[in-house]
Design a protein around this ligand. Sequence first.
Ligand code: PHB
Ligand code: FE
Length: 321
Amino acid sequence: MTNSHGYQDFTLGGFGFARDEYFCHITWQTHDGRPMSHTMDAGNYLRALMRDVAWGFFYGWVNFDDVIGTVNHYATVDLFAGAYNGAMKTAGIDRLENFPTDDIRQVFEAMLADWTNADFDPFAAPQETGSPYGPKNGDNMPAITRARELARRCVGLEGDLALRTDESGAPVNRAFADVPQDKPEIHAEPGYENQVHAFNLFAFLSRSQVTWNPSFTSVVKNSFMCPTTEEHILPIIHGNDRVEWFFQMCDEIHWDCAHKDTGEPLARVIMKAGDMAAMPAYCRHQGYSPKRSMLLVWENGSPTLVDDIKSGAAPEVPVEF
Ligand code: PHB
Ligand code: FE
């Protein structure tokens, strides 16, 4: 059904979704049957929805804000409103429903496609895209169907991710005009040219067209190196289901860290170039990058880790003092 602003309404289980010119509205019923609703800025909502869709619901919690979000169970996904907000949970006005991943993915993809206007790119930094607001005005399918880049071997080797160049439509970003674009020297023995390789990671990142979108640039067993370029605010508040490491490769990001179950504030972490931090499995975090910066996110992709943490076999923290 299309509303008076030209946008389609959506439902998923007991949740309703509607968009107008400025806002997205989510509705549900409280435990005792009263109608509840939540409102988000349309730009913030679409930036969060874009990440949730593109990352296949990510690791653990993707909070769109302090109220709504998803939890990935890796075959099913919870959609919740208020269930991880201490005050709303205590008041009994929250809702949580579990869906097969395909069902929620289809609704989220259709919502993202319908609610994103022609001028708006939810992956771009706010200074590098048009407005998300106004009545329905076309769509932006190329921008919202970008896939997360996933390396199988070294970037630039035959059969893997191509290096970014001016010709491939990846010019150096305005914030990284000072990043050297030189290439490492490679002297492979004859016959090994397709096995020995190196590339300039800073140059590669300086040409990223999107923000807050980690690429899998190296995969060694379950160790995933996911560098990314960040500008403005991480559009989601990520709740960990495992320890996650950050290496600030240039400039700075300010993180708000809170308890993942309640949102109770835990820490402010100001990361400057060269700093490393680890986010424990019990936290949620959101970063603020005043200038476009480079961040290396290091993920432990072990498929048994969530159960290992639950059973106590793996720790919730990176180190115990
Ligand atoms: C995170 O949730 O840890 C995260 C997500 C996307 C980024 C950086 C960090 O670009
Ligand atoms: Fe995270």
